[in-house]
Ligand binder design. Structure first.
Ligand SMILES: Cc1cc2nc3c(=O)[nH]c(=O)nc-3n(C[C@H](O)[C@H](O)[C@H](O)COP(=O)(O)OP(=O)(O)OC[C@H]3O[C@@H](n4cnc5c(N)ncnc54)[C@H](O)[C@@H]3O)c2cc1C
Length: 424
């Protein structure tokens, strides 16, 4: 088996000191990594995050656990994870060709044309079975699309981009804000988040409008950036000594959702990961979803004993609805993270749901937990359950005096009654 990768081998390159980009790894990704025997290795570089630490405008901090006792997500360095995955692949006789940029695919002759990224020369490789795993702007997907009569393609950019910023470690690698939490500075129309790195630093990501005021366009001088942060993210500014330099040195990137169909071509090709379903990062699920694609393929390979004419259609039938569902869930979560987590009514609703779910776990698992802490509930089911629960909670939150009687037996009975009147 071979992998073709556009970039050079990152294991041979020195990472920029003090700059790590991290991702939240949760149960679905963990399940897939456990199945290929690498999770013990990854755990060594993972930092558990048990909840959200909200930093309000007035400087107050509010902590909200993600799930029940013992449930957490993990901050993992993207670079380290990639390196370990490549080591593992090579240990299993996979050959990786670096600096091979896929240009085009000839489906009839089963040939892939590459450009050698190092010297621009052309290379051709033959394939029997091909997986297009080349990300949101997949060249494999484009070749599939351009040679397909009725390819469905939907691409949607949000009006927000993101920029990575940095909180360095304190003395002796000390964490300068709570280590075991995902930090959020929700500010209504925009937000900043921060995830911990093993060296004590934090990678911050500012999700911010491209245009308008304030926006990436309006913050066009170092002075404006400094002043804006001092007013809007006052508690963290003293921890970001290179803020203004980072703001102008680091790129502003866009956020795209891609839905497409079909994901497969006869028994010779399938799209996986972001190439099949690019989503916005607000549920922390893009990578987890890609790993889940692999776990599903693995199961189907066992079930159909390597009969690819059965495996690929079954993979597409199972995963396409789930890819669409997590794309919608991720877009909805943007509004929740940037806006609602600072809203007392929303926080009260979450408190009622957690209270009820603790008491009746078999009747109610919050949608966030179904997505993040579940290894076998499909994303499409998590989406429909979430909509069903929201319908019930809309009625509960409209009750008079809900603030006073949120944990009363009366409210509990009302939820039970609504569940039995409208079973899922
Ligand atoms: C700001 C941000 C934060 C995120 N946070 C999280 C998170 O917390 N949790 C989570 O689960 N997900 C997160 N994601 C999503 C996650 O990064 C992606 O879902 C995941 O990286 C997709 O993996 P992939 O292998 O499908 O694609 P990619 O990671 O994009 O990898 C594609 C690979 O293909 C190579 N390639 C591209 N084009 C070609 C070509 N023409 N020829 C050859 N090779 C090529 C690239 O070099 C790359 O190595 C985040 C995304 C963003 C943007």
């Amino acid at each position: 088996m071979v992998i073709f990768e556009r970039r050079a081998d990152m294991r041979l390159q020195k990472m920029k000191a003090g700059r790590s980009i991290n991702l939240a790894l949760s149960d679905r990704g963990i399940k897939a990594l456990e199945e290929v025997g690498i999770m013990d290795e990854i755990r060594k570089i993972a930092i558990p995050m048990h909840g959200r630490q909200m930093h309000n405008l007035d400087g107050k901090e509010v902590y909200q656990a993600y799930g029940k006792e013992g449930q957490f997500i993990n901050s993992v360095s993207r670079g380290e994870l990639n390196c370990r995955l490549m080591d593992l692949a090579e240990a299993h006789d996979v050959t990786i060709f670096f600096e091979h940029k896929c240009d085009q695919i000839d489906w009839n002759k089963k040939r892939i044309m590459f450009e050698d990224s190092a010297n621009g020369s052309s290379l051709v490789h033959h394939f029997d079975l091909l997986f297009g795993s080349d990300g949101s702007y997949s060249a494999a997907r484009l070749s599939h699309q351009l040679q397909h009569a009725r390819f469905q393609y939907q691409q949607y950019y949000i009006d927000f981009g993101y920029k990575e910023l940095h909180i360095p470690a304190g003395e002796n690698g000390a964490f300068r804000i709570e280590k075991n939490a995902l930090h959020i500075w929700p500010r209504g129309n925009y937000m900043m988040i921060a995830l911990p790195n093993t060296d004590g630093s934090f990678t911050c990501t500012l999700f911010f409008p491209f245009d308008g005021d304030p926006s990436f366009a309006s913050l066009d001088t170092k002075e404006k950036v400094q002043q804006f942060f001092e007013t809007t993210f006052a508690d963290v500014v003293p921890l970001m000594p290179s803020l203004a330099e980072d703001f102008f040195n680091n790129p502003t990137a866009s956020l795209v959702t891609v839905k497409c169909f079909p994901w497969i071509r006869e028994d010779i090709f399938a799209l996986i990961g972001d190439a099949a379903h690019a989503i916005v990062p607000f549920f922390g699920q893009g990578m987890n979803c890609g790993f889940e694609d692999c776990a599903v393929l693995n199961e189907l390979m066992e079930k159909y004993e390597d009969q690819w004419d059965q495996i690929l259609p079954a993979y597409q039938a199972l995963r396409k609805p789930d890819g669409d569902a997590i794309a919608d869930l991720a877009l909805n979560n943007f509004i929740e993270m940037r806006d609602k987590v600072a809203d007392p009514i929303f926080l009260l609703q979450k408190k009622i749901e957690a209270h009820f779910s603790n008491k009746y776990p078999e009747k109610w698992t919050p949608a966030y937990s179904l997505v993040t802490f579940s290894k076998n509930v499909r994303y499409s089911e998590a989406l429909s359950r979430g909509l069903y629960q929201q319908g019930i909670m809309d009625e509960i939150m409209a009750l008079p005096d809900i603030e006073q009687q949120w944990n009363s037996t009366e409210i509990e009975n009302k939820i039970l009654e609504k569940i039995s009147n409208k079973p899922f």
